[in-house]
Design a binder for this molecule. Structure first.
Ligand SMILES: [Zn+2]
Length: 197
């Protein structure tokens, strides 16, 4: 067999073309060609050229001549639509929920740690209520030291658990907040009520 690079000349191309006219490739031959081409990657240039050739070919439905042409915005519109419906699909809903739960949990740990005394999420125990550090994440939350929680919530225009953590992190942990357990929250509320009387 001849070695070296196989170069098709125009004459060879024509001869081959003439010889093949009216003939069909056998199934086995087609299989062999298919096998030889499998896994082959087209160069970026080839892909661009092929794409352009498709566009230029008769019957390509897109482009300014199409009755539905909206000035080349289709790509963006399609993307927005895609993102809007992406999370609504059941398989993604589960994935998204798990991801956001994990994110929320990390965020909560970060923020609560910051407003604790020892760098881990625990109640700052302002009334000496418990001897041992209280560390159960489910019963820890952020307390507004000066008791203007509702007002503050209105100010940042958000409610719900995650918003305050997100806000605090974004504001780079301003002062005036502390980590409290539910128990100490209740005691604080009672004490504040007594002060007001
Ligand atoms: Zn506590």
């Amino acid at each position: 067999m001849q070695s070296g690079k196989y170069v098709r000349t125009e004459a060879m191309r024509r001869r081959r073309s003439e010889a093949m006219k009216g003939k069909n490739l056998s199934d086995e031959h087609k299989r062999k060609i298919s096998k030889a081409l499998k896994g082959r990657r087209h160069s970026d240039e080839h892909i661009r050229n092929a794409s352009q050739a498709r566009r230029d070919s008769v019957g390509w439905p897109g482009g300014p001549d199409h009755p539905n042409w909206r000035g080349g915005i289709y790509k963006d519109v399609g993307k927005k639509e895609y993102e809007k419906t992406y999370r609504q699909r059941p398989e993604n809903k589960i994935k998204h929920n798990t991801q956001s739960r994990a994110y929320y949990q990390r965020l909560k740990i970060d923020v609560l740690s910051h407003y604790s005394l020892n760098g881990v999420p625990e109640c700052v125990n302002p009334f000496g209520e418990h001897k041992d550090p209280y560390t159960n994440l489910d019963a820890l939350s952020i307390d507004h030291i000066h008791g203007d929680g509702a007002k503050h919530k209105r100010e940042i225009g958000k409610s719900g658990g995650g918003a305050i953590y997100q806000w605090l992190k974004k504001q780079e942990y301003p002062e005036g907040f502390q980590t409290l357990c539910m128990n100490c929250q209740c005691i604080k509320r009672m004490k504040n009520r007594e002060v007001r009387k």
